[in-house]
Design a protein around this ligand. Sequence first.
Ligand code: HEC
Length: 141
Amino acid sequence: MDLKKQLINRLGFFIRNCLLISVFGLANLSVADDTISINDKIYSTQQAKIGEALYKDNCLICHDKKYFRPVFKTWENQSLGTFFLVMSSSMPEDNPGSLSHQEFIDILAYILQLNRYPSGKQKLPTSTDKLNLIAITPRKK
Ligand code: HEC
């Protein structure tokens, strides 16, 4: 892909991203003490493993494994649901919509693992309503 095309693509992505966030992300989570966050063991390692295989086949070609750490910083205090929506509606950039809802959920579990958030027994909720209640917060050390 030549540079000009790449720049146009990025710009398009940025605009889509802004639109989605303004439509779905307006209500930033009020950070009450009982808010669930991505530190609360919300995915399982087994699920992340499924996500890892999907990630290798569909995402690694453009995003190395370190890509998501700085990305998560820019998403702090937004909901995991909004992040999921942006990711699942615009990626893979060269073929958006080529993966299923469930496949994106499993990839999301893997991204949480890449960013070293703790895993637990439960799998990620598949409903976006539930994902909307989970806050992206810095990793607790
Ligand atoms: C053909 C290349 C390509 C592929 C394949 C691809 N992406 Fe992307 N992705 C991009 C580009 C370009 C952007 C725009 C932001 C940037 O410049 O890094 C982006 C942005 C993102 C963002 C948003 C980051 C932010 O700033 O909020 C996420 C999340 C993401 N990609 C996840 C994925 C996932 C998950 C997959 C696999 C299902 C995937 N991408 C596959 C090129 C790609």
